[in-house]
Design a protein around this ligand. Structure first.
Ligand SMILES: *Cc1c(COP(=O)(O)O)cnc(C)c1O
Length: 482
């Protein structure tokens, strides 16, 4: 796993950084956690962070910054137009992607708004390896449709396929043929495919996708939000790239895309986003929307301090010892859970450790939100909060029926360089206890169900007194431990 071998033979990820600023954490008692979970309507989004021991909800905007990033923030050039900070960020992007033009935005979904408004019209079809919530929403909002062309294996929970994020080239061709190339404004490739467990695509596959795009005269757009993890996986899993540097791999990927966009809440370990291209026409078309929705062309809604941090963060992303930290800790947690029999997505991907709630809780019907119930139970057992990624995250049909999700997952995100190994071990240990007591966990039902994006604000209750039973069992097993 780690590049550093231990004499004992143990497979342990080694931190290649030291901690110099810390934030004190609070671990409430199991009784307090039970009350907090009830107060939050069994929705981890509604917990107060003061009640959370390990915040594993997301990797967005919560990654650790480096000393060099913090130092750069002190030298930001705050001017509305023509800021030096913009020039530095634009140059950092040109250095790694080789792209001349850069359009700044306030975050990743803002890039999706701009790209979709520019290129998607009624009847457009956008093929992609897999959708992301906001990417799909913007395409649909502009009258388009998403066609996912993932390989069959992408949705298998356990697999040995190192690149579950690859596109099925035959399906891609078929979708373009059927829609008519003139109705396909672009093909979207997502690095580190978020919703199927942070699974990477290979460079070989992206080259194939490029060939198809050339054949049909269609643009290729790369969502590079989770590129850092994907770079690590290409380097470690794709034979042909083992001796290439991260910088060379990045450049090869970038050269295949017409437009690259990213959320800097993930890529670059700060907060913001942007669109990069060498296509002058695309740049000219999209930039009008930047001034309309984001801000002037030299800040795009971002604070100049964050822009300085992104510029340094992007450079640091070219360091293999930096980008391997997330995936190595995720693999470690995944293996710890596997050892204890807990069903998890394999191979381990980027972003976080993904637990399969359907096989964890086979006795909880999908209509009773097993992934939501498991996320609540994990919080009660550990004070760690993850995110439900299952039926609760879908939208109810107009006739009131539930569209059941393809997968019922709980994502335990590992924000980059934030948690130590003992904390990861603690989370895995509590989840393993929960697995041994899984029969105690029951389902959930909505008491307040918003019409859109219900998973953000919706409130639920337990279908029985299982949360109380769970807390009671915890107290019996752990004595007066927190
Ligand atoms: C997070 C994310 C986005 C959206 O970025 P925001 O900064 O949260 O708006 C888009 N695509 C992918 C793959 C992401 O992970």
């Amino acid at each position: 796993m780690s590049q550093v071998k231990f004499y004992s033979g143990e497979n342990i990820p080694l931190e290649m950084h030291k901690v110099r600023i810390v934030q004190k954490l609070n671990l409430p008692t199991v009784e307090e956690r039970l009350e907090a979970m009830k107060g939050a309507g069994f929705n981890t989004f509604l917990l107060q962070n003061k009640d959370v021991f390990m915040d594993m909800l997301t990797d967005s905007g919560v990654n650790a910054m480096s000393d060099r990033q913090q130092a750069a923030m002190m030298q930001a050039d705050d001017s509305y137009a023509g800021s030096e900070t913009f020039t530095r960020l634009q140059q950092a992007l040109e250095n790694i992607f080789g792209t001349k033009y850069f359009l700044p935005t306030h975050q990743g979904r803002a890039c999706e708004n701009v790209i979709s408004q520019t290129y998607v019209t009624a009847g457009s079809v956008v093929p992609m390896n897999y959708h992301f919530t906001t990417s799909k929403a913007h395409i649909v909002l502009n009258g388009g449709r998403v066609e996912e062309v993932y390989k069959d294996e992408a949705l298998n929970i356990t697999s040995n396929n190192p690149f579950k994020g690859d596109m099925d080239i035959a399906k891609l061709r078929a979708v373009i043929e059927e829609a008519g190339a003139e109705n396909v404004p672009f093909v979207r490739m997502e690095a580190g495919t978020n919703l199927i467990g942070g699974q990477p695509h290979s460079l070989a596959n992206m080259k194939e996708v490029r060939k198809v795009c050339d054949e049909y005269g269609v643009m290729l757009v790369l969502d590079a939000s989770l590129l850092a993890d994907n770079l690590h996986f290409i380097k470690t899993r794709e034979e042909a790239y083992q001796n290439k540097s991260i910088r060379e791999i990045t450049r090869e990927i970038a050269d295949l895309a017409d437009i690259i966009y990213f959320s800097a809440r993930k890529l670059g370990n700060a907060r913001g986003g942007g669109i990069c291209t060498n296509n002058e026409e695309a740049y000219m078309k999209m930039r009008e929307y930047i001034t309309l929705y984001e801000g002037f062309l030299t800040y795009g809604g971002m604070s100049v301090r964050e822009m300085e941090a992104i510029a340094v963060g992007l450079e640091e992303t070219m360091d293999e010892e930096m980008i391997n930290q997330g995936p190595q800790f995720i693999q470690f947690m995944t293996e710890e859970l596997q050892k204890r029999g807990v069903p998890v997505i394999t191979p381990a991907g980027g972003l976080g450790c993904h637990i399969d709630a359907r096989s964890f809780l086979p006795h909880v019907a999908q209509q009773d939100y097993p992934a939501g119930a498991l996320a609540s139970a994990i919080y009660i057992a550990s004070g760690a909060r993850g995110m439900e990624r299952g039926t609760m995250s879908e939208q109810r049909n107009e006739d009131g029926t539930e569209p059941l999700a393809n997968m019922e997952l709980v994502r335990m995100a590992l924000p980059r360089r934030v948690f130590t190994m003992s904390q990861v071990k603690y989370a895995a240990d509590r989840i393993a206890w929960l697995y041994d007591n899984r029969d105690l966990i029951g389902g959930l039902e909505f008491v307040e169900e918003p019409n859109v994006l219900r998973f953000f604000f919706g409130r639920l209750q337990a279908t029985s007194n299982w949360p109380e039973q769970l807390a009671k069992k915890f107290r019996e097993d752990f004595g007066n431990s927190l």
